[in-house]
Ligand binder design. Structure first.
Ligand SMILES: NC(=O)c1ccc[n+]([C@@H]2O[C@H](COP(=O)([O-])OP(=O)(O)OC[C@H]3O[C@@H](n4cnc5c(N)ncnc54)[C@H](OP(=O)(O)O)[C@@H]3O)[C@@H](O)[C@H]2O)c1
Length: 330
């Protein structure tokens, strides 16, 4: 997310912002929130003319595949309040396949190059401030960080060697891309601030189900997922969008910002889910393999200090499940 104009604050400048990946799960909520706040939004999408047809029966998909059940990559954005006068869509392939959550080694170079090409464009256009959507995957796991010590948001970096050994390519790509962004910002004098969300859930109005929503969908269908190495807790997509706007509008916000409602383990998450939805065959994880992850109730200290609050688990999950039901996915 980048802002042009005299000032990044909501009250100053031309109130023009650019959102890259504007058609995605998080991007579309960000565009919606910005329009609601009176901004003019320039959103980039990969293909303005794509018609996404149903790929196959949603029930046959793996959790890390993308489900499309509707058509049009941008219809949901064009339908937003204020879109007719204050939303402009631009086709921009940042560099296939950029940072989707689909795990593959091929992600690495494009993720870094895609991030740097956006930052280069931002710098060349003289934007006031850039909010980079990184991930908690760029912060943990880090075996050299004491397991009983809360994460220091600015200092805790995921151990890339360990991630590579475990072939966690998405995590590697997010870590390398964020590191490259900080180097670029320092060298070029670009005002950069970073958001590091965890597994993002919540209601969606995109024409597809992204990877993080797919995790919840598959858990509700009774599948066992291998997430011990990556799961660290969840956050509502509306809080992610709000946090991005707070970081954008507060030039005093500096550095990296963990964005999680709760830092918790897979055993905790599946137990809460199973309790909330006894009618679904949710598989309760019984063996806790996440000794490396310290539980924390309010882990996002920097965002909380900036006034961000977090939507509770029951509300996020119920509203996500309502969306799955309305779209006939469960
Ligand atoms: N969801 C989570 O749990 C989570 C957590 C932490 C961080 N994040 C980060 O947040 C960002 C958005 O994630 P999301 O969950 O909203 O993912 P998403 O729904 O898959 O959206 C990703 C967006 O990026 C676009 N994109 C992908 N490759 C592109 C390329 N080469 N050129 C231009 N656009 C491209 C996609 O367009 P198409 O639809 O056309 O491919 C889509 O609009 C990502 O950087 C992700 O790493 C997500």
């Amino acid at each position: 997310m980048e802002g042009a104009g005299d000032s990044a604050g909501a009250g100053g400048g031309r109130r023009l912002v650019c959102v890259t990946g504007g058609s995605g799960f998080i991007g579309s909520w960000l565009v919606r929130l910005l329009l609601d706040r009176g901004y003019t939004v320039h959103a980039t999408v990969k293909n303005l003319s794509t018609i996404m047809l149903p790929l196959c029966s949603a029930r046959q998909m793996k959790w890390n595949e993308v489900i499309s059940y509707d058509e049009g990559e941008t219809k949901h954005l064009r339908a937003l309040d204020g879109a007719d006068t204050r939303l402009r869509l631009f086709q921009m392939d940042l560099l296939a396949p950029a940072s989707s959550m689909r795990p593959a080694k091929e992600l690495l170079e494009p993720a870094v190059k895609g991030t740097l090409s956006v930052l280069r464009a931002a710098k060349d256009c003289g934007v006031a401030r850039v909010v980079l959507m990184s991930s908690k995957s760029a912060m943990v796991p880090n075996p050299s960080w004491p397991a009983d010590e809360a994460i220091a948001e600015d200092d805790c970096w995921a151990d890339v060697e360990l991630l590579e050994k475990r072939q966690l390519w998405y995590n590697v790509s997010k870590t390398l891309a964020e590191k490259a962004a900080w180097e670029f910002a320092e060298k070029e004098g670009l005002q950069l601030v970073v958001l590091n969300p965890g597994t993002t859930l919540g209601p969606f109005f995109t024409p597809s189900v992204n990877t993080s929503l797919n995790i919840l969908l598959h858990l509700l269908r009774g599948q066992e997922l291998e997430l011990d190495a990556v799961y660290t807790g969840w956050v509502d997509v509306r809080d992610v969008a709000r946090s991005a706007v707070v970081l954008y509008e507060n030039p005093s916000a500096q550095g990296r910002h963990l964005c999680l409602a709760s830092m918790e383990r897979l055993v905790d998450f599946t137990a809460k889910l199973a309790d909330l939805y006894p009618e679904f065959p949710v598989h309760r994880v019984k063996e806790d393999k996440q000794g490396w992850l310290m539980r924390a109730k309010d882990p996002s200290k920097k965002l909380i200090d900036l006034g961000v609050g977090f939507i509770p688990f029951d509300q996020t999950v119920r509203e996500t499940v309502d969306c799955f039901r309305n779209k006939g996915l469960i």
